[in-house]
Every structure is written in C-alpha cells, then in structure tokens.
Write a protein that binds this ligand. Structure first.
Ligand code: NAP
Length: 297
C-alpha cells in the first residue's frame, strides 16, 4: 500500500487538465434541446467504470438494454468483452480497458470517447475502494493519500473532464457509486468511510454547480451486495476471524432488515433510473440501495 505519498498527492500538469485543451474547446454536436422529461431523440452516450463485474457489469447491461451507447471500462479487457457480448448489443458497446487510478488512462479514456462520439451524457463513477482496516493500522501520511487516489481523485478527475461536454449540451447525469459507510462509519473500514464521506460532500457541491445546466450529480450507496467484491470480503472475514463462511454470511445478513444481501441488478436499477431523462429533478442526493440497512434518517 506504500505509495511515494507526497509525490502521488501532488497534482501533475496532466491531472490539472485530463481532457486536452483542444477537446475542451471543440464544438460538440448539440444535445437534445428538449424538455428534459421527454425521451431523448439522440442516443445517449454513457461511460460505466468497473463494468467487468458486479454493480458496474449490471449497470452496463441495463444501459445497453435501454439503448444507451455504452462505454465499458475496467482493467480486464476479456471481462468487458464478455459483458458486451452478453448484452446482445455489441454494436453499441465500446470497450476501453485500463486502470482508472492512472491519470494518463483517465485522460485517454475521455479523449477516446470524445473523439468517437463527441459527447458524454452519463458518467457512472464506479471504481475500486481502499483496502479494509482499522484506523490504528493506517499510516496517515501515506495510506490516506493513496486511498484518496484510488477512488476520490479518479471520480473527481473524470467529472471535471466530462462536465464541459455535459454543460455545453445542457444535459448530464453523473452517478457516483459510493457506499453507506461514508454516512455511518463501520469499525475496521476507516479509509473507505473517509473516502466515501469526501465523495458525498463533493457530489453535493458539484450538484449545485451544474444544476443550472440540467446536469445532475447523485450518489448511490450500495448496502451489502452479492458481487465478487462481497465474496472476497466474506472470504477475508472468515479467514481472519477463524469463523466458517456460512457464519460470516449469517452475521452480515442479520444486520439487514430484508434478511438477505442485495443483487447487483437491484443497485443497477437505481443507477439506471438516475441516468434516465426522467430523473431530471433529482440532484445532490445520497440514495442507498441496501435492504433498509442504513440506520440514520
Ligand atoms: N458490493 C458491495 O457490497 C458494495 C458495498 C458498498 C459499496 N460498494 C462499492 O461499489 C463499487 C463496485 O463494487 P462491486 O462490488 O461491484 O465490485 P466488483 O464486483 O469487485 O467489481 C469491481 C470492478 O471494478 C474494476 N476495477 C477494480 N480495480 C480497478 C482499477 N484500478 N481500474 C479500473 N477498474 C478497476 C474490476 O475489474 P478489473 O479488476 O478487471 O479492473 C471490476 O470490473 C465499489 O466502488 C465499491 O466500493 C460495493
């Protein structure tokens, strides 16, 4: 986890402007100048991060089935191509593999999409979270910065890169997949809670900034969702605590009023709605899909 802390935290020239200047100023084909509540006549272009598995995969499949031109990104090309094929709509799926924690890749991703489609209507920020662990184990000078660069910095960097296209088109949907522990800290998950809380605050700020251009910014908070990440977490809890896997799962489920983990599709349904033209008056919100797990009002 050790990163050359200071160096990693300093903003590079590249990071200051992920989208090259010529693309910022390039004319963008006009978006639908319509009542936002009507269905767009122009196919929407969506970028979905983490589209190879779990929530990102379910979101990409949902958007493709809803006639969005969908850009699928994650590190593994094979998984993305599998999702594109599975959708049955490969011609509207554009696979751009890479590591989203790399500023160079983020710039490349937005530039490729801008060049190919000239627009981005929907951004689903769905990136990797920091490793679990309690505060006592955190090397504050290094680990906090590294955690921010894993999720917060990529999300903000991509928002800043696509926002000029969205505001110019007077339409945009930015959905940040975050997590309940930014709202209710959970023992042993210090860095995830910290990063998620920062992202929720930033989303509220940005929602205010872009609202006048019909660009919405919302956070979706998955509860306990059965994905490969969930399976890994159960495995670690079982191994580290010396507790059999079924018992770990029982404990997790007992904290959920609906008595079951969620499915990735159930989170994707919420993301799909927030991405839609119909969700035109919802911005700056923190919405959980968690079977009632969040306790706070
Ligand atoms: N599942 C839950 O219970 C839960 C709860 C709360 C919050 N969340 C949040 O929901 C989001 C998605 O979680 P999930 O459960 O769907 O995870 P998942 O099933 O593990 O999927 C993660 C996806 O992200 C990609 N990815 C991982 N590291 C990457 C990197 N450095 N660059 C680019 N892509 C990367 C993975 O593909 P590659 O490995 O091929 O890159 C994969 O496609 C995360 O932000 C997580 O914190 C999940």
């Amino acid at each position: 986890m050790r990163e050359p802390g200071g160096a990693r935290c300093r903003e590079s020239a590249r990071e200051r402007g992920a989208l090259p200047q010529h693309l910022h100023s390039a004319p963008v084909p006009p978006g639908p100048q319509v009542d936002d509540r009507q269905r767009s006549a122009v196919p929407r272009v969506a970028i979905v991060l983490g589209a190879g598995s779990g929530i990102g995969r379910a979101t990409a499949l949902r958007l493709l089935s809803g006639a969005y031109t969908t850009v699928l990104s994650a590190r593994g090309r094979d998984a993305l191509e599998k999702v594109a094929k599975e959708s049955g709509d490969e011609q509207n799926a554009y696979v751009v593999p890479g590591d989203i924690t790399s500023p160079e890749f983020r710039a490349e991703l937005v530039e490729k999409v801008a060049r190919r489609f000239g627009r981005v209507d929907v951004l689903v920020n769905n990136g990797p979270g920091p490793a679990p662990g309690p505060f006592d184990g955190v090397r504050v000078n290094d680990d906090v910065c590294a955690a921010m660069h894993q999720k917060l910095v990529p999300y903000l960097d991509l928002i800043r890169s696509v926002a000029p296209m969205m505001t110019r088109n007077e339409f945009g949907r930015i959905i940040n997949v975050v997590g309940n522990i930014g709202r209710e800290p959970l023992p042993g998950m210090f860095l995830s809670g910290l990063v998620n809380a920062a992202m929720s605050n930033a989303s509220k700020y940005l929602a205010g900034q872009y609202a006048g251009h019909n660009v919405t910014v919302n956070c979706v908070h998955p509860g306990t969702i059965r994905t490969p990440r969930y399976d890994q977490a159960v495995h670690h809890l079982s191994r580290d605590g010396g507790v059999p896997r079924p018992e770990v799962e029982d404990r997790l489920v007992r904290a959920i009023p609906m008595n079951r983990p969620g499915q990735a599709d159930e989170v994707a349904a919420l993301i799909g709605f927030l991405a839609s033209d119909e969700a035109s008056y919802i911005t700056g919100q923190q919405i959980s899909a968690d079977g009632g797990q969040l306790k706070s009002v």
